[in-house]
Write a protein that binds this ligand. Structure first.
Ligand SMILES: [Zn+2]
Length: 95
């Protein structure tokens, strides 16, 4: 399977793969793309903030105790509690 085929399939109907991880587990500074697995619907409040599938985002930093997390999405920054974003599935993307 060529890389092009893999990317096209991922964009069309992304399977939950080995690269998937919880947004709350994403390391700061790593850019990632939101998945849309049916078992993890994005809460309405987060959708309203721009957390929709295929959106690229990045965890900027964590508070000293690891909560909340500052996330950059769509050019602005939001602070979110770890528990609120633990259900969001993301895949790191190339820098
Ligand atoms: Zn995923």
């Amino acid at each position: 399977m060529s890389p092009e085929t893999t990317a096209a399939q991922a964009a069309h109907r992304p399977p939950k793969g080995p690269a998937c991880r919880s947004l709350s587990d994403l390391d700061p500074g790593v850019r990632a793309r939101l998945c849309h697995h049916s078992e993890h619907p994005v809460p309405t409040r987060l959708r309203d903030l721009g957390f929709v599938p295929d959106t690229t985002l990045m965890v900027l930093r964590q508070a000293p105790l690891g909560d909340p997390l500052e996330v950059e999405i769509r050019g602005y920054r939001v602070c979110l509690r770890r528990a609120d974003i633990a259900a969001l599935c993301v895949v790191p993307v190339a820098q």
